[in-house]
Ligand binder design. Structure first.
Ligand code: MN
Length: 232
């Protein structure tokens, strides 16, 4: 038996300081998970149930600082936004994972960007259509090196920041997450059978905005390896 076509392999993300990799499976993203970002998008940040969308794994692009990676300006858009996010990688999956046990399912963390075609997302929102065209496109998921929870800890607080051309645009703290990591895992595991290798993008603080060709984006989360993306 042989495969009848050669489909691409999924990205395996290098683990900092090792020869090992984290094999990415699916990418679940949490919407509006920082109050100040919910407000800037015109929503009430009251704690309504979390909501999720998926970004396809083919959107991942390994972009570790200092060199990073190039992001060719995407097609069919004139309003691409940056969203800096903490990414959680799962070591094992399951259904109905309790909040108390959730951290047992976390392998580690990386810095990521949830790049967004805001104009296409806006059209989709208005029409009640899915968000894929706004969220799941080529190079829409730059990500940095993985760090194990054994080193990084539970990441319930810590500075999260995005600079564009050396100027800080997004500046927040992980302790501002509306839905905390264990709660996100608990909630997601009631909707899907989670699996090892799944990634969760945990949401972005305020300050999202457009990028243009030539911009250099540098993303940082305290305690993790930074990322760098050049828009080309
Ligand atoms: Mn996001």
């Amino acid at each position: 038996m042989a495969h009848v076509v050669n489909s691409p392999d999924r990205l395996s993300i290098p683990v900092a300081g090792t020869e090992d990799t984290f094999p990415a499976h699916r990418i679940f993203c949490v919407g509006r998970n920082y109050a100040d970002h919910a407000r800037e998008m015109g929503h009430d940040p009251d704690r309504e149930d979390p909501f999720f969308f998926e970004k396809h794994t083919s959107a991942l692009m390994f972009a570790p600082a200092p060199d990073g990676a190039n992001l060719p300006y995407p097609q069919q858009t004139s309003d691409v936004h940056h969203e800096i996010e903490l990414v959680v990688g799962l070591s094992k999956g399951g259904n109905d994972i309790s909040i108390e046990n959730a951290y047992d399912h976390v392998w580690g963390y990386a810095v990521g960007l949830d790049m967004t075609r805001r104009d296409l997302q806006g059209v989709a929102k208005k029409a009640g259509r899915p968000w894929e065209v706004g969220k799941s496109f080529d190079h829409a998921g730059p990500i940095g090196m993985f760090h194990p929870i054994a080193e990084a800890g539970h990441m319930s607080e810590g500075h999260i920041r995005l600079d564009v051309n050396g100027e800080t645009r997004q500046d927040g703290n992980l302790n501002e997450l509306i839905w905390k990591i264990p709660e996100i895992i608990n909630y997601l595991s009631k909707l899907f059978t989670l699996q090892a290798g799944d990634l969760i993008m945990t949401g972005t603080p305020a300050g999202v905005g457009p990028v243009k060709k030539g911009d250099v984006l540098e993303g940082h989360v305290e305690g993790l390896s930074s990322i760098r993306v050049t828009v080309t």
